[in-house]
Design a binder for this molecule. Structure first.
Ligand code: PXG
Length: 288
């Protein structure tokens, strides 16, 4: 595997970042996770836009134009001979001294890793996922906005640990007011009749690129799509629930806090959305 580090390519063994990098010392940086399907880097421009927005929000200047970033990503994929896989782009504040002050880090570090992906077992999609509400609340937008895809994922990791300790693979995170926010690396949707509802970003969630794609699919299917605050009561009484994210794509949720959703099996609308999503993954992006 060849890894891009600040404009050069290194083998997996040789690709290194300093321990004085503030990405390592403080989680000071941003990242993106991107999928590639049959030679198509899915929604690449949208991911690059979000990366630059995240960087802007933390006042980190990425030392290359978006077009150069796009070329570097495509080149990394080509060098690794991949047509399907997972791309991780990381931009950190760079090497500085042991203080917080970002002015001590003149050169941001840019890393691009393109690798094969370990897919979730098909069984998970067939049988659906059980999720559980965890005590850790999603970050307050006024403190660290979840719209920033930062290198500081402890909020989500703590929630994941709490779910695992209770015997579940995924956690449902609420915001400070008790509204449903999202899962640790996925957005959440619920279907009520002909309405597909997901929390607005003001609740404190990442603006998911898969979520945006799913909303488009749902509109094409004639569903009414709304971004609206809702509580766990609404989830418990929903017809269908599913999660969306770059890694998982769309995963049906069949139980929330041990309560079966609908008839306790992945619902027909979720299936139709999955079917349509899988069809467009090779069309909607940058071809390599
Ligand atoms: N919420 C959170 C907190 C996320 O981290 C999503 C929602 C879904 O967003 P997208 O744009 O992917 O539909 C995410 C995405 C990883 C990894 O390696 C994490 C994500 C995406 C890809 C890889 O942990 N999180």
């Amino acid at each position: 595997m060849l890894i891009y580090v600040n404009g050069q390519y290194y083998s997996e063994e040789e690709a290194k970042v300093s321990v004085l990098d503030h990405g390592y010392l403080y989680g000071d940086g941003v990242f993106e996770g991107i999928r590639m399907y049959s030679g198509c880097i899915f929604k690449l421009r949208e991911h690059i836009d979000r990366l630059y927005d995240s960087a802007r929000a933390i006042m980190l200047r990425i030392p290359m134009e978006k077009s150069e970033m796009e070329s570097a990503i495509v080149e990394t994929v080509r060098k690794n001979g991949l047509t399907d896989g997972y791309i991780r782009v990381v931009v950190s504040r760079g090497v500085g001294d042991l203080g917080l002050d970002p002015r001590k880090c003149p050169n941001p570090t840019v890393v691009i890793i393109a690798d094969r992906i370990k897919l979730y077992p098909e069984e998970l999609y067939q049988n659906g996922l059980s999720i559980i509400t965890v005590p850790t609340r999603r970050n307050l937008p006024e403190a660290l906005n979840p719209q920033i895809k930062s290198l500081n994922y402890l909020n989500n990791i703590l929630a994941k640990i709490e779910a695992i300790h209770r015997g579940y693979e995924e956690a449902l995170m609420l915001n400070q007011e008790g509204y449903v926010a999202e899962c640790t690396g996925d957005n959440i949707f619920m279907l009520k009749g002909k309405s597909l509802i997901t929390p607005p970003t003001s609740v404190g969630v990442l603006k998911g690129i898969t979520a945006r794609t799913v909303m488009g699919i749902a509109i094409d299917m004639g569903l009414e799509v709304r971004e609206e605050r809702f509580t766990r009561y609404d989830l418990y009484t929903a017809d269908e629930v599913f999660l969306t994210g770059t890694a998982a794509e769309i995963i049906p949720v069949v139980k929330v806090d041990d309560r079966p959703i609908g008839d306790g099996r992945p619902g027909p609308t979720t299936w139709e959305i999955i079917r349509r999503f899988r069809k467009i993954t090779t069309e909607d992006g940058v071809k390599i």
